[in-house]
Design a protein around this ligand. Structure first.
Ligand SMILES: [Zn+2]
Length: 64
């Protein structure tokens, strides 16, 4: 199974954030990103937000 990730550096804007999250499963990554997004970036945990996150998953590992 391919490892997937979300790298906050790909989304400059609201808050300068250099956190990258990765996991082996979509579910784990989704939960991690939702927690990070709501706590650090002030997003609301909604079905729409979760849908958006899923579309942004990238395969592989975040660049250094
Ligand atoms: Zn972030």
């Amino acid at each position: 199974m391919a490892r997937k990730y979300i790298d906050c550096r790909d989304y400059p804007g609201d808050i300068k954030c250099t956190v990258a999250l990765s996991a082996d499963t979509d579910e784990e990554l989704l939960e991690a990103v939702v927690q990070h997004g709501t706590r650090v970036h002030g997003y609301s945990d909604t079905p729409e937000f979760r849908q958006k996150i899923r579309k942004e998953f990238k395969e592989g590992r975040p660049a250094n």
